[in-house]
Write a protein that binds this ligand. Structure first.
Ligand code: 5AD
Ligand code: FES
Length: 369
């Protein structure tokens, strides 16, 4: 008898949690807001039906905004040199085991040419904070690519630079800029970065980019050391306030040769839940299913799409250097040619019922959803 009562009580508690999680998901979707406790409940629930409801809600919102289209961006990794010493990153300056390379102007143009032939209409030029790519060199590269490919979007991801530099690059023809905020908690930021880096400067950079007229992407790692529900809640509120056009999130993956090399990796499941929440909070956002997600799970990118992501970024970098852009361990797609990566990505996406599109895929705040 006693057992029965207990199991009934347990049943009631489970039913109650299930129903309240569904309500929370509807509430986030309808109000485009979330409380700290709602976030906690969604990240901690083990109820499969609730997670499935989160997934299908986020996918519905993504599909209402973008149909079954997934945008492809060609990623070109310009430089593995970096002047910073972020505690999580394999390319930090004090990692003497990191192999350093820089692409020449010609190598970059070759990547673009190959990418254009493969159908890409967005080039993402990413690199460590490397003084070699000063404004003169970088503006020359951007304006050459702009002139050769007037129908393409140019996205830069080169870290913190001065407002004048961002303006010069914009004037040379860049359209978009990715700069993850990494965490919206100043205390957490200080524990992830060396003392010369400042949270305020990162935020100032993001606002400067937006004011100049870039489409801007912020973002963070999931499961970075010292991350808590509170820091994640701050991240989500930052996204709500800043209203970025893009948000890049992926699991933290430990990188050998860094102070965090023995820290546990972020969780795929938590990353997927956060992707879905971000889609519900900010429906028109361009949200990549990241390489880091694909690194921790063989179907990570596909799952990301099923949880509301709508961008993938196959690698266009020259194959000889791929493995050296080692921000974390065991990164995927380091052995493939650009064409192989593109075909592989497209195949994976088609297999789960989505269509890859290579057009510019600009952010459209006026989408109906
Ligand atoms: N694991 C996962 N992501 C990382 N990044 C840097 N190091 C790691 C790591 N060890 C992310 C950061 C950075 C982006 C380019 O890559 O968020 O902004
Ligand atoms: Fe690069 Fe599959 S996407 S090999």
């Amino acid at each position: 008898m006693l057992t029965l009562v207990n199991s009934d009580q347990r049943f009631d508690k489970l039913t109650f949690n299930f129903l309240s999680t569904l309500n929370i998901i509807d509430h986030i979707r309808n109000t485009r807001d979330i409380t700290r406790d709602e976030l906690e409940q969604i990240l901690e629930t083990e109820d499969k039906a609730s997670i499935e409801y989160l997934r299908s809600s986020a996918r519905e919102v993504a599909t209402a905004a973008y149909g079954n289209k997934i945008f492809m961006r060609g990623l070109i990794e310009l430089s593995s040199h970096c002047k910073n010493d972020c505690l999580y990153c394999g390319l930090r300056r004090s990692n003497s085991a990191a192999v350093r390379y820089r692409l020449s102007d010609e190598q970059i143009y070759d990547c673009c040419e190959q990418g254009y032939k493969l159908g890409f209409r967005t080039f993402v030029m990413q690199g460590g904070e490397d003084g070699w790519f000063d404004d003169k060199r970088m503006c020359r590269i951007v304006s050459t690519v702009r002139q050769r490919y007037p129908d393409c979007a140019i996205t830069l991801s080169l870290g913190e630079r001065s407002r004048e530099s961002y303006q010069a690059l914009f004037d040379a023809g860049a359209n978009r800029y990715l700069l993850r905020h990494e965490t919206a908690s100043p205390e957490h930021y200080a524990r992830l970065h060396s003392a010369e880096m400042s949270f305020q400067n990162r935020i100032d950079c993001l606002y400067a980019l937006k004011e100049i007229g870039y489409q801007v992407g912020c973002g963070f790692m999931v499961g970075s050391p010292y991350q808590t529900i509170d820091t994640l809640y701050a991240d989500l509120q930052f996204i709500r306030t800043f209203q970025p056009q893009m948000v890049g999130i992926g699991p933290f993956i430990s990188a050998t040769g860094t102070p965090f090399q023995d820290q546990p990796n972020g969780k795929v499941g938590t990353t997927l839940r956060l992707l879905a929440i971000i889609r519900l909070l900010h429906p028109p956002v361009l949200l990549p299913a990241t390489t880091a997600l694909g690194t921790l799970h063989p179907q990570g990118r596909e799952l990301g799409i099923q949880f509301g992501a709508n961008v993938v970024m196959p690698n266009l970098s020259p194959r000889d250097h791929r493995k050296d852009y080692a921000i974390y361990d065991n990164k995927i797609c380091t052995g493939e040619e650009a064409a192989e990566c593109r075909a592989c990505t497209e195949g994976r996406i088609r297999k789960i019922g989505y269509e890859t599109v290579v057009d510019r895929g600009d952010f459209n705040p006026n989408l109906e959803y």
